[in-house]
Design a binder for this molecule. Sequence first.
Ligand code: HEC
Length: 103
Amino acid sequence: MVSCDSRTYEEISDRTPVPDKVRYAVEVKPIVDANCIMCHNPGGSAAYKPLTSYDQVKTNIVSILDRIQRPNGDPQKMPKGGSLSPTQIAIFIKWNTDGLIEN
Ligand code: HEC
């Protein structure tokens, strides 16, 4: 892994509470775009598993929830080489329980 490792994973959602209804377009996509798609796109190191569309993120939600909640230092933790904030992780969990709303 190269440049991604030294990133800090700061997000606007760190400063905002988890909303009543989490929506892909409003809360989830900005987190994925800032923390995942640099690898999870057709030209990235995880090209086999692109996360650039609603359907791709939705289809992989069980695996995503597993990977983002692994302990720091676990080689399978995502984002690789870093971590989402507790608020960002809570947004993914609530998006799933809210029914994976798109817009
Ligand atoms: C620095 C590059 C990089 C970043 C950033 C990254 N990933 Fe990954 N991801 C990988 C690689 C490489 C693999 C394949 C190796 C493995 O399974 O650990 C992978 C595997 C996965 C898998 C398992 C896919 C499967 O085979 O079913 C999931 C789910 C996943 N990543 C989710 C995420 C999410 C969500 C984010 C953002 C929060 C993220 N990743 C950020 C590189 C990255």
